[in-house]
Design a protein around this ligand. Structure first.
Ligand code: ADE
Length: 239
């Protein structure tokens, strides 16, 4: 599952340039019984299988260079992964990601082995592998030189708790749909103001939860008040 995710695109390039490295391990290699079984039926009875503690402990103990290496279990029951977590992970020398499978993972892994249980969203995947790739991808963008200009990470959606403003490229007129005049005016101050305004507006409409946790500057607050008042005005007119 990891082949093309680790060889193609920006992540593939970064690995080629040795800006990061990813080692994939097979839990089965750490099973000790003759069938190399990594899962078993849950005590107490319920449908599905549970990942056994033995192979997971053995794998982590084999892989981890020091006790300090954080170990994350990917699971829908975990803390939500976000840009802040990605940036923190990028600052670690090494991290270990355990991909859960089956109905669950033996609780002793969660209690005594891992640093945190991490979820990439409120839905259940068939396994943690895709989630691990999401984490590798989002985290690698915070490693210096992985993404072209480092400023493009700092101003991305979420890094400032705002969604990114709209972007346009040529042609200026596409099938009668025109690029906003300000963006082609060359007036950088006005362009910046336009971008901030549209970031605020997009965030307010689509992700008000992001705005609720962000502390706005006076200028931003005034702009947001304006946007909200304008919308109220428009609603009135349209009635
Ligand atoms: N494994 C299954 N579902 C998951 C999710 N939402 N996030 C991380 N790992 C998972």
């Amino acid at each position: 599952m990891f082949g093309s995710a680790l060889s193609a695109g920006v992540v593939g390039k970064a690995i080629e340039k040795r800006l990061l490295s990813v080692n994939v391990h097979n839990l089965r290699d750490f099973a000790t019984d003759k069938h190399r079984q990594v899962d078993d039926r849950p005590f107490g009875g319920s449908p599905g299988m549970v990942l056994k503690p033995g192979p997971v402990f053995a794998a982590v103990e084999h892989i981890r260079a020091s006790e300090e290496t954080p170990v994350y279990l990917l699971s829908p029951r975990g803390k939500r992964f976000d840009a802040r977590r990605a940036e923190a992970m990028a600052g670690e020398q090494r991290i270990i990601l355990i991909c859960g499978r089956y109905e669950g993972v033996d609780e002793r892994v969660i209690q005594h082995l891992i640093t945190d249980e991490i979820s990439i969203g409120d839905y259940v995947l068939t396994g943690g592998e895709v989630a691990a790739m999401v984490i590798v991808d989002a985290t690698s963008r915070f490693i210096p030189c992985v993404v072209g200009k480092s400023e493009s990470v700092a101003f991305d959606s979420f890094s400032q708790d705002l969604l990114e403003h709209p972007q346009y490229t040529r042609p200026r007129d596409f099938r009668g749909m025109k690029v906003p005049e300000i963006l082609v005016s060359g007036n950088h101050e006005q362009i910046e103001e336009w971008r901030l305004r549209h970031s605020l507006e997009k965030t307010w409409r689509i992700r008000p939860d992001l705005l609720a946790r962000k502390s706005l500057t006076q200028g931003e607050q005034r702009m947001l008040d304006d946007i909200q008042n304008e919308t109220k005005g428009n609603t009135h007119e349209s009635h």
